[in-house]
Design a protein around this ligand. Structure first.
Ligand code: NOJ
Ligand code: NOJ
Length: 622
C-alpha cells in the first residue's frame, strides 16, 4: 500500500512539472507492479468509454473509444474489435466480482444494438448484414466515410463472444428471458454475419491486408460454437452456427509445417509471422480444453511452435535494438510483425503483455490436463525452455511430477519475464500507449492511453492470478473429413428490444459518380452532398473518389455509392490539397435524382458524366 501511494505521488509530481515521464524501476517487484498497474489499467479502460469516461468527452453512451488521441494518430473512434475485446475483459472482471461494472456492460449492449443498424460504407444491416463488417464509427455513433481497410470480419464474432459470455452469466442468475428478448437478437445478427461471410476475404486485424486472417477465422469459429450452445439453451435456432465445423476445418489450413501463417489468400507477400496468431490463441483460451483440440489453444503444439518462431524474430537486435543482449531464456519486447512500418514499426504493449498471457494460459492448461506432450512440432519451444528435455515424450503430473512441475514453473517464469518487459517500459503514471520505441529508452509512441493496451494488462493480470473465463470447448471436437467452402445465408433484424431503431431494408440504388478533374500528384478528389450518405456537406465525412482509371487524356475520378432511391440530392466535388492547404470547392452545386431501386441489386443504376467546374489547386511543396 505504501509503495503504491508513493508511486502515484511520484506520477503526479512528474506530470505536474512536465518532466519526461520516468519508467517503472525494475527494483519494484513484478507483484507490486502488477497489483498497482492492474487498477490503473482498469480505470484507464473506463475513462475511455462514453458517456462518463473522463478522457473521452463527447463519446456516446456505451461506445468504447480506442484512445483519446485526436491527432497523429486520430483514434477518437470506436472500433468494433477493440471495443469487443475490451468488453470481454470487462465481463471477466465483472464475473470475478467487480459488480459495479454491470452498468458499463449494459450500456455497451444498447450501444451495439443501435450501431448494428447504422448504414456505412461497408453496407447496411438489411437485407444482407454487410454493414456489420464496418471496422469503426465516429465517437457519436455515426458512420465514418473516410478511406479505410474494410470490411473487417472479426468484429461481429468478437462482439458475439463477449455478449454470449455475459448472457451465460445472466442465465445462471435466472435471467433467461432478458437474454432471449434483449441480447440474443444482437448476437444473432453477428452470428449470421460470421456464418455467411467466414469464407469471404476481408481486412486483417491490423487493417492493412485483405485476405484470410487466422485471428478472424479462429474467433469466428469460437463465436459459432458459443452461439450454437447459447441457442440450444434458449431453445431458438441458429442456422449460422452449423457452419462451425467447416470454419474449424479452414482454421487448420493456416499451418505451413513450421508455424501458423497469419494471413493467407493475399495479393501481397509477407512472412506471415505475426502477433495475429498469439492474440487469436489467447482470445479463444479455455483452461479446460485439451491441448490437442483443433480450436488451436495456447498449449497446442502448433501454437507453441508459432509462438517460438514469432518471439525469436523479435530477438534480432537489427530489428529491435532494444532487445539486444536479452538472454534467450527471457522475454523480449514484441511488435505486430517484422515487416511493420506503422510509426516505423515498434513493440506494442498489448502484444508484449499478450505473450505473457499466452504463457500463463499454457501453464494453466497443462496443469488442468495433467499432461505435457513434447512432439516434433513443439520440441523447439520446449528445448529453449528446458534444454535437457527429450523430444517425443509425455510428462504427466502423476508419473513424472518433477519434470512436469519444472516445465510449469519455467513457463510461468518465462511469462513473468514478458510482463517485466512491459513493466520496464511503462511510464510512472501507468498510462499505456499503443507502442514504445524499438530503440532505447523505449519511449511510448503512437496513440496515448490505448484502451486495448489497458484491457490487455487487466486480462494478463487475471491469468497471472489464476482467474479464467468460462469454458467453451467441447473435448470431443472432430474435424470434417473434407473442408468445404460453405456459407449460410444470414437472417438480420434490428435488435429493437435493446434499443435499435426499427429500420426497414433501405431501397438503395448504386450511382456511379464520374468526374473529369485534372489533378497534380498528391491532390485528391472527394464527393460530398446534402444527404447523410454523401456526408451532409461535412468534409470529414465526404466520400473519397478513386483515380485508378486516371490518364492524361481522361483525368477520371470515380466513386460507386448506394443512395436512397427516389430522393433528389445536391452534390459537388472537392479538392483535397497535398500539404493541408484549404480544400477547394467547385463553384457550382449539382443535382441528381436517384433512380428507383431493384431489390437485392448492387448493380450501377445511374452514372454521372461531370467535369470539374471552378478553380484548381497547386502543390504546397511540403
Ligand atoms: C491505421 C491502422 O489502424 C494501422 O493498423 C495501420 O498500420 C495504419 N493505418 C497504416 O495502414
Ligand atoms: C490500429 C490497429 O492496427 C488496429 O488493430 C486497431 O483496431 C486500431 N489501431 C485502433 O486501436
Amino acid at each position: 500500500m505504501m509503495l503504491r501511494s508513493s508511486r502515484l505521488v511520484l506520477a503526479s509530481l512528474l506530470l505536474a512539472s512536465h518532466v519526461a515521464v520516468a519508467e517503472w524501476p525494475q527494483s519494484v517487484s513484478l507483484d507490486s507492479f502488477v497489483a498497482t498497474e492492474q487498477e490503473i489499467a482498469l480505470q484507464g479502460v473506463l475513462a475511455n468509454i462514453g458517456p462518463d469516461g473522463t478522457k473521452v468527452p463527447g463519446a456516446a453512451a456505451g461506445l468504447v473509444i480506442a484512445s483519446p488521441s485526436k491527432t497523429n494518430p486520430n483514434y477518437f473512434y470506436t472500433w468494433t474489435r477493440d471495443a469487443a475485446l475490451t468488453l470481454k475483459t470487462v465481463v471477466d472482471e465483472f464475473m470475478f466480482g467487480n459488480t459495479a461494472l454491470q452498468v458499463v456492460i449494459e450500456n455497451y449492449i444498447h450501444a451495439q444494438a443501435a450501431l448494428q443498424t447504422v448504414t456505412n460504407p461497408s453496407g447496411t444491416l438489411l437485407p444482407s448484414g454487410l454493414g456489420l463488417g464496418e471496422p469503426k464509427y465516429n465517437a457519436d455513433g455515426t458512420r465514418y466515410n473516410g478511406n479505410w481497410g474494410r470490411p473487417q470480419r472479426d468484429g461481429p464474432a468478437l462482439r458475439a463472444i463477449a455478449l454470449i459470455q455475459y448472457s451465460n452469466y445472466l442465465i445462471s442468475q435466472g435471467e433467461t428471458d432478458k437474454v432471449k428478448t434483449i441480447i440474443w437478437p444482437i448476437i444473432a445478427n453477428d452470428l449470421s454475419y460470421a456464418g455467411q461471410y467466414w469464407n469471404s476475404t476481408g481486412f486483417d486485424l491490423w487493417e492493412e491486408v485483405s485476405g484470410s486472417s487466422f485471428f478472424t477465422t479462429q474467433n469466428q469459429y469460437r463465436a459459432l460454437v458459443d452461439g450454437g450452445n447459447l441457442a440450444s439453451t434458449l431453445n431458438t435456432p441458429c442456422i449460422a452456427c452449423a457452419q462451425a465445423p467447416q470454419v474449424l476445418c479452414f482454421l487448420q489450413s493456416y499451418w505451413n509445417g513450421k508455424y501458423l501463417v497469419a494471413n493467407t489468400n493475399l495479393a501481397t507477400s509477407r512472412s506471415g509471422i505475426d502477433a495475429n496468431t498469439l492474440l487469436g490463441a489467447i482470445s479463444v483460451f479455455d483452461v479446460n480444453a485439451p491441448c490437442n483440440s483443433p480450436s488451436l489453444q495456447p498449449c497446442h503444439s502448433r501454437s507453441l511452435a508459432s509462438f517460438k518462431v514469432f518471439v525469436d524474430t523479435f530477438r534480432n537486435p537489427d530489428l529491435y535494438p532494444i532487445n539486444a543482449g536479452v538472454p534467450a531464456s527471457d522475454g523480449v519486447a514484441l511488435g505486430r510483425y517484422p515487416e511493420d512500418t506503422y510509426f516505423t514499426g515498434n513493440p506494442w504493449y498489448l502484444i508484449t503483455l499478450g505473450a505473457a498471457e499466452f504463457l500463463y494460459d499454457v501453464a494453466a492448461q497443462w496443469d488442468t490436463e495433467g499432461t505435457i506432450t513434447v512432439d516434433a512440432t513443439s520440441y523447439p519451444f520446449f528445448h529453449a525452455l528446458y534444454p535437457s528435455i527429450r523430444a517425443n515424450a509425455t510428462y504427466t503430473k502423476r508419473c513424472k511430477p518433477i519434470t512436469f512441475q519444472k516445465l510449469i514453473s519455467l513457463t510461468t517464469a518465462y511469462a513473468d519475464s514478458f510482463a517485466a518487459v512491459a513493466q520496464n517500459y511503462t511510464p510512472a503514471d501507468g498510462a499505456l500507449a499503443e507502442q514504445f520505441l524499438k530503440t532505447s529508452p523505449g519511449t511510448p509512441i503512437s496513440a496515448e492511453r490505448l484502451t486495448w493496451s489497458f484491457a490487455s494488462f487487466v486480462s494478463m493480470a487475471h491469468r497471472r492470478a489464476g482467474k479464467f473465463p468460462p469454458s467453451w470447448v467441447s473435448p470431443n471436437t472432430t474435424l470434417p473429413t473434407t473442408c468445404e467452402a460453405t456459407s449460410a445465408k444470414g437472417v438480420y433484424a434490428p435488435a429493437t428490444a435493446a434499443g435499435a431503431p426499427n429500420i426497414t431494408a433501405p431501397c438503395t440504388s448504386t450511382v456511379l459518380f464520374v468526374v473529369n478533374a485534372t489533378t497534380y500528384y498528391g491532390e485528391n478528389i472527394y464527393l460530398t452532398g446534402n444527404s447523410s450518405d454523401l456526408g451532409a456537406w461535412n468534409l470529414d465525412n465526404a466520400q473519397p473518389m478513386q483515380s485508378s482509371k486516371y490518364s492524361a487524356t481522361r483525368p477520371e475520378w470515380f466513386a460507386e455509392i448506394p443512395l436512397t432511391a427516389g430522393q433528389t440530392v445536391s452534390y459537388g466535388y472537392v479538392r483535397q490539397e497535398d500539404c493541408g492547404q484549404p480544400w477547394i470547392w467547385e463553384s457550382i452545386n449539382r443535382t441528381l435524382t436517384v433512380p428507383a431501386c431493384v431489390e437485392g441489386s448492387t448493380a450501377v443504376l445511374a452514372e454521372t458524366d461531370d467535369a470539374w467546374v471552378g478553380s484548381v489547386g497547386s502543390g504546397g511543396g511540403c
